[in-house]
Write a protein that binds this ligand. Structure first.
Ligand SMILES: Cc1cc2nc3c(=O)[nH]c(=O)nc-3n(C[C@H](O)[C@H](O)[C@H](O)COP(=O)(O)OP(=O)(O)OC[C@H]3O[C@@H](n4cnc5c(N)ncnc54)[C@H](O)[C@@H]3O)c2cc1C
Length: 473
């Protein structure tokens, strides 16, 4: 018997969750703690959504996010509740970060005190960046990340530090993304205190400010971050998750019960899923489709949310000359001639990512600035990342890193891009849904802030809001 059959002859589920990414599974986990009968309906053949780890040929590859930090409170909380703390592994130190400029990877300082050292920016650019607390605060709702960074840190830092990291981490274009929408805390610090540095010191207390990477901390799980969604799903009662079941249509009966109609290939075999409440954790465009007849204005707003496309390229091999670079990764400064957003160095950062004496690197290609690149053939994507890796770290001739392993993963809806006005638009969507569609909540990570931690937080919050609404009713 599958989960759909088991739900069929029963009264409506207390909660149906659409999407078994981190947000959906966190929502289901919390709902179970309320004692609700929960069903999770997932289109793909596996749980986890973007959080997907895979062991292949002795390598452990992460097709989506690969780590979390000390401030990822919800992830830590879930790991505790699931008894997974013993699976946590800590990043090796020092976790150097680099930017690629002028044909080489330039190491960034590991702590604030070292900002003036190194060849990553000119001395004038570094001094301008350090003058941040002295620059008059002028936070505006229509700031882009680029205009915000230019004002606070200067144009050189905006170009050589902020733009490459926005491209490598969010696959985004700093000139398109809204500052308030992408980095709300930094924007708020300027708004309230006139400066990011001062705002951070006031908000966190000078003592709490991370002085280096050890203070920030990077962590992952022994078998990859994908162990978290797998454990969340495994902790649910048997027959709580239905895979390979895309929801195509959503409607509300006159008695308030929700009906989830599956894609027609499944709908021929199974009647609609019935549930008293629904949480949608699908990406913005799919959510827009599901809501288009129920809340047309909210659906139109969601349909406008753009998403970056990304190809993730893993390369690995032996390191006979022990030349594999050490650190966390390199972000490519846009316009420096490499068609790669950035390269992570997982085998340097965490133990157990490659066989002993071997290396594993993960390159990102595409993003908001180069969406067509994602459709290039595998061999072309591999050679783009290979070239970027060789060029950045000087890995040729006697310093060659032989490649024996490669894997390519394409995300055509990888990371939502919060443009100027995104957060206000999402607040309106949330308010409309709460007002017009009782018993329904949205929890995609595109709603608030991007990443696995906000996704998990949004999932828990959605379940809690429906539980509170039930208590009030
Ligand atoms: C390459 C890459 C690197 C990233 N790096 C980082 C990082 O370093 N740090 C970080 O914090 N975040 C990172 N992220 C972002 C992070 O992975 C996501 O923000 C987060 O995992 C989103 O979780 P979610 O549950 O909201 O959505 P998703 O993971 O997208 O889950 C949504 C689920 O809904 C399912 N679905 C879609 N349509 C339907 C339907 N019709 N019916 C049923 N199910 C459906 C999907 O199959 C999917 O499983 C990265 C993402 C990518 C792609």
């Amino acid at each position: 018997m599958n989960s759909l059959q088991s739900w069929q002859d029963q009264p409506p589920l207390d909660l149906a969750v659409v999407g078994a990414g981190v947000a959906g599974l966190a929502a289901a986990h919390r709902a179970r703690q309320f004692g609700w009968r929960v069903g999770v309906v997932e289109a793909a053949r596996a749980v986890g959504g973007k959080v997907r780890s895979e062991r292949r040929d002795g390598y452990l590859v992460e097709h989506g996010p690969s780590c979390f930090d000390r401030s990822s409170k919800t992830i830590w909380q879930l790991l505790g509740e699931l008894g997974l703390e013993s699976e946590v592994i800590t990043a090796r130190q020092p976790a150097y970060r680099y930017i690629y400029r002028d044909r080489a990877a330039r190491r960034l300082p590991e702590h604030v005190a070292g900002l003036l050292a190194g060849d990553y920016m000119s001395m004038a650019g570094k001094l301008r960046m350090l003058a941040e607390p002295l620059v008059l605060g002028d936070a505006r709702p229509d700031d882009t990340v680029w205009s915000f960074a230019c004002r606070r840190l200067g144009q050189e830092a905006a170009h050589y530090l902020v733009a490459p990291f926005v491209a490598a981490l969010l696959a985004g274009d700093s000139r398109q993304l809204g500052a308030r929408d992408t980095f709300p805390t930094l924007w708020q610090w300027e708004r309230e205190s006139g400066s990011m540095g001062l705002g951070a010191a006031l908000a966190l207390g000078a003592e709490a400010l991370p002085r280096d990477d050890t203070a920030l901390g990077r962590y992952t799980l022994r078998d990859g971050l994908g162990s978290l969604p797998k454990a969340l799903a495994a902790a649910l009662p048997e027959l709580s998750v239905q895979l390979s079941a895309p929801v195509e249509h959503l409607q509300r009966r006159s008695d308030g019960v929700w009906q989830l109609v599956l894609h027609h290939a499944m709908a021929d075999k199974y009647p609609p899923i019935l549930a008293k409440r629904v949480i949608l954790t699908t990406p913005a465009k799919t959510t827009a489709e599901l809501l288009k007849t129920l809340a047309p204005l909210a659906a139109a707003t969601l349909a406008d949310v753009t998403s970056a496309r990304v190809a993730v390229v893993h390369l690995g091999g032996p390191d006979p000359h022990r030349v594999a670079p050490q650190g966390m990764g390199v972000a490519m400064v846009p316009g420096e001639g490499l068609r790669t957003l950035g390269i992570l160095l997982p085998s340097s950062l965490f133990a157990g990512r490659a066989p002993a004496g071997h290396w594993l690197h993960t390159g990102m290609v595409g993003g908001a600035g180069d969406p067509e690149a994602v459709d290039l053939p595998d061999e072309t994507l591999i050679s783009l990342v290979r070239r970027a890796q060789e060029q950045a770290f000087g890995l040729s001739g006697a310093r060659e890193l032989p490649v024996e392993f490669s894997a390519v993963m394409r995300w055509r809806d990888a990371i939502a891009q919060p443009r100027v006005g995104h957060s206000e638009a999402m607040q309106q969507v949330t308010a409309t849904v709460a007002r017009e569609l009782p018993g329904l909540a949205l929890a995609g990570s595109y709603m608030c802030s991007l990443g696995a931690e906000p996704a998990a937080r949004a999932g828990l919050a959605a379940a809690e809001s429906l539980f509170a609404a039930r208590a009030e009713a």
